[in-house]
Design a protein around this ligand. Structure first.
Ligand SMILES: Nc1ncnc2c1ncn2[C@@H]1O[C@H](COP(=O)(O)OP(=O)(O)O)[C@@H](O)[C@H]1O
Ligand SMILES: [Mg+2]
Length: 324
């Protein structure tokens, strides 16, 4: 196995002052608030350490009106560190567009599409990108009809959540019913997806490049909330152990999947590889975790970028936008 070479252009911004006043948006009201607070803190500390004039604003703080703060403080750009609804789903992006504040990551459309697992899959199917077969359970749909149409085992997910919240595997009809009821508590639309037995990988995207793949291994049935944030036996393998040609092919697939949803700037694409070596796209995260234990920083490190380099480069993606 040969290591791949990653080349990064020279940094477009060399002086921290050129970024102006930067607001890090963190926290928020989604079920991923706690993770976002950690991501946002890590980003804020890194920006300050690099001499950037950075500030933190939590949209969930009801002591002020977010619009007033953002417009009166005359921020030059925003680093969005909000995960989940209200921050990663296009709504905050729309607010920032309206206020004319350049921001990191995907725009309104890409953010909204990537947050919606059902519509991401519909789009990929239309483009013949590989994603596991699925059914949708929503209000007005008969549960019996949906249950009759799927091949077990399946994984059941609320369409618009992250962090494996509200998700479960169903091996039989009884557990499928329970799984649908559980997922429906979180979202009006529930995705029932074919279970893929195999290995799990994730690819970070930075600008126009895909970073080295990370292989995820858990002793649990899948990479659930516990495996993500609590268990200490979850394994992250990078370099991932695939042949270079195969890794490159999966990186290209990830870039296709990312761009097809209209995503840009940075993000992370999750996928499975089955026993035959075939990839199956699961989802795109447009504001992935950014704690120093998170996956994007891990991939960046493997490509030769420190956490500080990564934060700087993500912030740089707002510059072209603001100066156009
Ligand atoms: N079709 C599938 N087959 C096997 N495992 C899956 C499948 N879909 C999801 N998983 C497992 O569930 C985890 C969370 O699913 P994902 O679609 O990435 O949602 P989330 O937004 O919660 O990260 C994945 O990391 C993977 O371990
Ligand atoms: Mg995921």
């Amino acid at each position: 196995m040969m290591a791949m070479n990653y080349k990064f252009d020279r940094e477009a911004v060399s002086d921290a002052g050129a970024f102006g006043k930067v607001v890090v948006l963190l926290g928020g009201t989604s079920s991923e608030r706690e993770v976002s607070l950690k991501s946002g803190d890590a980003i804020y500390k890194s920006l300050k350490a690099q001499g950037v004039d950075a500030y933190k604003v939590d949209p969930a703080n009801d002591l002020f009106d977010l619009f007033d703060v953002l417009s009166e403080a005359t921020f030059d750009r925003a680093f969005i560190a909000l995960h989940g609804s209200g921050g990663e789903d296009g709504t905050m992006q729309g607010a920032l567009e309206t206020l004319n504040i350049p921001y990191t990551g995907s725009g309104v459309l890409g953010s909204a599409l990537a947050m919606d697992k059902v519509r991401s899959k519909q789009l990929w199917k239309g483009l013949e990108l590989p994603t596991p077969s699925y059914a949708v359970y929503a209000r007005g749909v008969s549960m019996d009809e949906v249950i009759g149409a799927v091949n077990l085992p399946v994984i059941v997910k609320p369409s618009g959540q992250g962090s494996s919240i509200g998700m479960s595997i169903a091996h039989d009809l009884q557990s499928l019913r329970t799984a649908l009821e559980e997922a429906a508590k979180y979202d009006a639309e529930v995705l029932i997806e074919q279970w893929i037995q195999g290995a799990e990988y994730t690819v970070a995207v930075l600008g126009e490049q895909a970073l080295p793949l990370i292989k995820l291994e858990t002793a649990r049935e899948f990479y659930d909330y516990e495996a993500k944030y609590l268990a200490n036996d979850t394994r992250y393998i990078c370099p991932c152990g695939l042949e270079v040609r195969e890794e490159e092919a999966f990186q290209l697939l990830a870039l296709d999947a990312f761009r097809s949803l209209g995503c840009q700037g940075w993000g992370r694409v999750d996928f499975m590889v089955d026993g035959q070596g075939e990839p199956w796209l699961l989802e795109v995260n447009t504001v992935p975790g950014m704690t120093d234990h998170s996956l994007v920083p891990m991939a960046a490190k493997a490509a030769g970028l420190s956490f500080d380099n990564l934060v700087w480069r993500i912030l740089e993606t707002t510059v072209a936008m603001g100066d156009q």
